[in-house]
Design a protein around this ligand. Structure first.
Ligand code: ATR
Length: 306
């Protein structure tokens, strides 16, 4: 069974030796790697429960939460396209998730649905693991900041109080409301004026090249690179040896951007560490225990090899 539908749920835990207690919802959801990430972790914690995928049509997220709570589901991951609808369906939402406008983790506390976003905090751990550095110490450029992943990461960069943040998007208009929301986070206790530390650019803005030259970390959050034949979202000569380049894409494992960056002498990492750490943080919310990270890493590696 690759996934369940909403209407299948009522009977799945009846007399089940290993009941479903955790789930990911999305639409489509069959391709989600979350079970391969979480099941080995639940097994390592000896919880004797199952992690399942559930396909939920748009507009039925609140109903899905009710049905899942009824059958004893304790925690839910939320993936595309439901992260905003999930936020609206929660009784309480963490500060990061509220700012990001997206919830990817639901914890049931009694009757209450509490929503969090672990993509941003997971990214902090990913950068620490891959580059040994803290997000809050880096001058950062996000390519594709107008998309869902870009928005979450941009918000986290501000929450970490990074010294400089450059947001770039093909459609620059998508960034203006983000700038209004995020700029005060970078200026709260500082004396600099608005715009000193956060700037927005379209991808073809010549000023973007200079912003990139003056930054340390470049992050791709566009979908450019998902197809093997995709080009890089940036001209390769904009990348320099001092750069750290992170592509949130993990399949293919080495995008054109990462190949170009490596050829330019930059350090590179792909999105596998983000996938791993956002999942580990969800599990920590659900179980109040440290995530068995090696079991999760191995499960993911096997899933990607398969
Ligand atoms: P999600 O919200 O799931 O992250 P999305 O809304 O499709 O996905 O966002 C994908 C990101 O990739 C956006 O920043 C998008 O740019 P636009 O906001 O201008 O659409 C970016 N993107 C997609 N295709 C692109 C392309 N060919 N060139 C540059 N950016 C692209």
């Amino acid at each position: 069974m690759t996934h369940y539908h909403l209407d299948d749920l009522s009977s799945i835990n009846t007399n089940a030796p290993k009941p479903a207690r955790f789930a990911v919802i999305g639409n489509p959801v069959a391709h989600s790697l979350s079970p391969q990430l979480h099941q080995p972790a639940l097994d390592a914690l000896e919880l004797n429960v199952r992690y399942i995928r559930v396909e939920v049509p748009e507009g039925r997220v609140a109903e899905a939460f009710e049905k899942m709570h009824e059958i004893g589901i304790q925690g839910i991951n939320v993936t595309v396209p439901h992260k905003l609808e999930a936020l609206d369906a929660c009784d309480e939402v963490g500060k990061g998730a509220r700012l990001m406008g997206a919830v990817n983790t639901i914890v049931f506390e009694g009757e209450k649905k509490v929503g969090f976003n672990t993509d941003g905090p997971g990214f902090v751990r990913a950068i620490r693991e891959d580059f040994g550095l803290d997000l809050g110490d880096l001058r950062i450029v996000i390519i594709g900041a107008g998309g869902g992943a870009g928005r979450a990461i941009a918000t986290q960069c501000c929450l970490e109080d990074c010294p400089q943040l450059t947001l770039a998007n093909r459609t620059v208009e998508k960034l203006t409301s983000m700038q209004t929301l995020l700029d005060p986070l970078l200026h709260g206790e500082k004396l600099e004026g608005p715009g000193d530390r956060l700037s927005i650019h379209s991808l073809d803005d010549p000023a973007l090249q200079e912003a990139i030259a003056n930054s340390e970390l470049i992050i791709n959050t566009t979908s450019v690179g998902l197809k093997q034949s995709d080009p890089s979202p940036l001209p390769s000569h904009w990348i320099e040896p001092h750069h750290l380049v992170y592509d949130t894409i993990y399949n293919p494992s080495c995008t054109r951007l990462l190949r170009d960056s490596q050829a330019q002498g930059a350090r590179i990492a792909n999105g596998i560490s983000l996938l791993l750490h956002q999942g580990a943080l969800s599990l920590e919310y659900w179980t109040n225990r440290d995530a068995p990270i090696d079991a999760m890493r191995q499960g993911l590696a096997e899933a990607i090899r398969a």
